[in-house]
Ligand binder design. Structure first.
Ligand code: LHQ
Length: 266
């Protein structure tokens, strides 16, 4: 693993790769360096067969406060002002697509505030565990922008159209407890137990059959645009693939032999 990283920290444990955003002084706001390093680290996690679950979290008291606005302001002063659409297409959009389509579970362990594109990053994960003190803010409107980095796609799917619009229009801070109630997060843990709760879930997911896990993500993603007949057919196709894995045979044998299965990813 790379050791010269400036803006993220990566670590491995029991098939779980954790990427920690590491600009705590600015609540892990995204500057270009962070976007580049995060993009590279996510691509590496996808390729590495030993990684069976990816966790994203933040160093310090924030998860991420979104785009670094000081960086944006600096660029507006120059002859080469930042063009936001270009910046999104170059850095954020490929990252969000990768997280949504990589066939491994991605958990956002939301340790503090997730605002703007930082909120979008949390939404792009498959599962979210929030610390009690964490919060979610669609901050875009406060700086005259529209939600980006997939927020307009994920938010209505997770919490419904009206709640999504309310969050996006008002930029209201949603605390962890409300986030759990409306389905924005899967779990809330006391602050001091967040890392442990995340590790428990991540290790569990990492121990399950990787093909089954990955193809399930593919199927659920496809369901957003398929009709029933198409989805049933897609399930049948994916099941043909899953049915040919050794892990499937192992699961069946373990059940009949009344023992725990050992999944290898084959
Ligand atoms: C920050 C930031 C920040 C720089 C806190 N930048 N320094 C846009 C453009 C381009 C393409 C991609 O997409 C986007 C989408 C976006 O992400 S737009 C939305 C950007 N984010 C925001 O508008 C959120 C701005 N931050 C806040 O509203 C507050 O900081 C929150 C509510 C997140 C946290 O409030 P507090 O807990 O009171 O912390 P704080 O405001 O005191 O922040 C701590 C430090 O972090 C502070 O620095 P300082 O030197 O004063 O201690 C902030 O300036 C810095 N910081 N967010 N996005």
């Amino acid at each position: 693993m790379a050791t010269d990283l400036q803006t993220i920290i990566t670590s491995d444990d029991s098939g779980v790769r954790t990427i920690t955003l590491n600009r705590p002084d600015v609540l892990n706001a995204f500057n270009t360096e962070l976007l580049k390093e995060l993009g590279q680290a996510v691509r590496a996690a996808e390729k590495d067969k030993s990684v069976r679950c990816l966790v994203l979290t933040g160093q310090g008291r924030g998860f991420s406060a979104g785009q670094d606005l000081a960086d944006v302001a600096e660029r507006y002063k120059t002859d080469d002002p930042i063009e936001l659409g270009h910046h999104l297409r170059k850095f954020y959009n490929p990252l969000i697509v990768k997280l949504r389509t990589m066939e491994k579970p991605v958990i956002a362990s939301v340790n503090g505030v997730a605002a703007g594109a930082g909120c979008s990053l949390a939404l792009a994960a498959d599962l979210r565990i929030a610390a009690e003190s964490a919060s979610f803010i669609q901050a875009f409107i406060h700086v005259g922008l529209v939600p980006d980095s997939g927020s307009t796609f994920m938010l209505p799917r997770l919490i419904g159209v009206s709640r999504a619009l309310e969050m996006a229009w008002t930029g209201r801070k949603i605390k962890a407890e409300e986030a759990l109630r409306i389905g924005l997060v899967n779990q809330v843990a006391p602050d001091e137990q967040l890392a442990e709760a995340t590790a428990k879930l991540a290790r569990k997911l990492a121990s399950l059959p990787p093909r089954g896990i990955g193809l399930t993500k593919r199927a659920i993603n496809a369901a957003w645009s398929n009709d029933l007949a198409g989805q049933l057919d897609y399930e049948a196709m994916l099941q043909t693939t899953a049915g040919k894995t050794k892990d499937h045979r192992e699961g069946v044998a373990a059940f009949l032999e009344k023992r725990s299965p050992k999944f290898t990813g084959e």
